[in-house]
Design a protein around this ligand. Structure first.
Ligand code: URA
Length: 210
């Protein structure tokens, strides 16, 4: 557990119930092949929620989202922009690994929706970043290419949604790093404008992104 909670039994009861529901979930076939249910890392009460596609092999092994190659690239971007794990809550559209790193099916995403909705109402984020085409498709129920919708705010109720590329795509297309960097500049600036995060200590410098 991160932050002020040292272990499961210190968590608010609602979180305990939610995590138990995740661990025992058998709503889709993915429970048969998972090693671990991957729920989140970061802050339970973050203003910023980052939502990816689903756990890969490393995430399934370690029980945390975005801890493989993609996660390391994402973390280095977040660090370069002075986000710490205390500033965000990171999770996925599905909590169990789709075998062979395929994208989750509509049935799997749908089966996991109740848990993501519960997580959403516990965290109560103000800003949501949809990481990659799959997260965008399932979260918004629309099918536009991510290259067309990234970098533009979507306002829904009292929260703001920013779709962006998936870091796995950047690993294959390094020239697109500038786009994802700029999307996160917009996120950071929006959070600062809304007083959801402290001000950055120095100007944005993309060469700090390892
Ligand atoms: N890719 C994702 O979309 N989520 C993860 O947790 C890891 C890789």
């Amino acid at each position: 557990m991160e932050n002020k909670y040292q272990d499961f039994y210190e968590l608010p009861k609602a979180w305990q119930g939610f995590l138990q529901a995740c661990q025992s979930c058998k709503e889709c076939e993915l429970f048969q092949t998972r090693n671990q249910v991957v729920v989140f890392r970061g802050n339970l009460e973050a203003n910023l929620m980052l939502i990816g596609e689903g756990p890969g092999a490393e995430e399934d092994r370690l029980g945390k989202p975005f801890v493989g190659r993609s996660g390391k690239l994402l973390d280095s971007l977040l660090t370069a922009q002075e986000f710490t794990e205390n500033d965000y809550h990171i999770c996925n559209i599905v909590k169990c690994r789709p075998p062979g790193n395929r994208a989750p099916t509509p049935d799997e995403a749908n089966a996991c929706k109740k848990l993501l909705a519960a997580q959403f109402s516990l965290v109560k984020p103000k800003i949501i970043v949809l990481i990659g085409a799959t997260a965008y498709k399932y979260f918004t129920n629309t099918n536009s290419p991510i290259s067309q919708v990234r970098g533009q705010w979507i306002k829904k109720g009292d929260y703001h949604i920013m779709p962006t590329f998936h870091p796995a795509y950047l690993l294959r297309n390094p020239k697109k790093r500038i786009d994802m960097w700029q999307d996160f500049v917009m996120v950071r600036e929006k959070m600062e404008d809304l007083d959801l995060i402290r001000e950055k200590s120095k100007p944005f410098q993309m060469d700090e992104w390892a």
